[in-house]
Design a protein around this ligand. Structure first.
Ligand code: NAD
Length: 259
């Protein structure tokens, strides 16, 4: 992939630490020449994100809580200022649900935490895509990638409200593809199998999810964050210029199975 992203500028949301899927994607893009801005959520992870961003000579690292319209507007203003008013790539790798809603019964999810999970994990794609649109339009087009999971299409025990959020994210991705296609902006999702990250640790039964993939997927093995990085690097590249509104499964083929 060397040089494929030379001259391309991207914004990456969702790096928390070196295990984050967003970081695996960022590394791939940076290694192939992309210039990348990063956001982080909260002081707790600021240093870790600044250190990682520094290792790829990022010109911009800024705070963003995607629940805040002000944060999202400011971030895209800063990105426009750092990148001469243009943006080619957007990586959306953000999700959150309360730990207590990722165990027990979905039926018991309270109203406030239901909407919070959808706000952070699905609406944020809509608000970020809207804010990215003029910057990508200024470049004659762009490409956006978001992260989803099979639990948005089928019931996966413990995934609960996050599955409902991913279903909303998947549908949002397709509607955004229709709207933004007019401006040559593509948007796709990657449906990843289980990867051990900070967020994954809060899902009760995560080791069971991994064990089932190993037992029942056609390839009988786990995926890692770098597999997702490779898939994202393809979807974000000009090689995928006629691919939009789709979901690419990086899950050792597990989604193809009936049992
Ligand atoms: P991660 O914990 O490294 O990344 C999640 C990110 O979301 C963190 O950087 C966190 O700061 C950010 N975030 C949470 N709330 C936020 C908010 N209000 N504002 C801004 N950022 C916020 O975990 P990950 O596994 O790399 O997750 C990245 C994406 O991949 C998520 O959408 C997740 O659902 C998806 N995914 C993960 C797996 C897996 O097994 N790890 C599988 C399929 C899909």
């Amino acid at each position: 992939m060397t040089g494929v992203y030379e001259g391309k500028r991207g914004l990456v949301l969702g790096v928390a630490n070196k295990r984050s899927i967003a970081w695996a994607i960022a590394k791939r893009l940076a290694d192939a020449g992309a210039e990348l801005a990063f956001t982080y959520q909260g002081e707790r992870i600021e240093k870790s994100v600044r250190d990682l961003a520094g290792s790829v000579s990022s010109p911009l690292v800024t705070e963003c809580d995607v629940r805040s319209d002000e944060d999202v507007a400011r971030v895209f203003r800063e990105v426009g200022a750092a990148f001469d008013g243009g943006l080619d790539l957007l990586v959306h790798s953000v999700a959150f649900a309360a730990a207590e809603d990722l165990e027990g019964r979905f039926t018991d999810t309270p109203r406030d935490r239901f909407w919070m999970a959808l706000d952070v994990s699905a609406y944020s794609l809509v608000s970020c895509a809207r804010a990215a649109e003029p910057l990508m339009d200024a470049r004659g087009g762009g490409s956006i990638v978001t992260m989803t999971y099979l639990g948005g299409e089928r019931a996966v025990p413990h995934y609960n409200v996050m599955g409902v959020a991913k279903a909303t994210l998947n549908a949002s991705m397709r509607y955004l593809a229709w709207d933004l296609g007019q401006k040559n902006i593509r948007i796709n999702a990657i449906s990843a199998g289980p990867v051990r990250t900070l967020s994954a640790r809060s899902i009760a039964g995560f080791p069971t999810m991994e064990a089932i993939v190993e037992e029942r997927s056609p390839l009988h093995r786990h995926i890692d964050a770098d597999d997702v990085g490779a898939a994202a690097a393809y979807l974000l590249s000009d090689d995928a210029r006629n691919v939009t509104g789709t979901t690419l499964y990086v899950d050792s083929g597990y989604h193809a199975m009936g049992m």
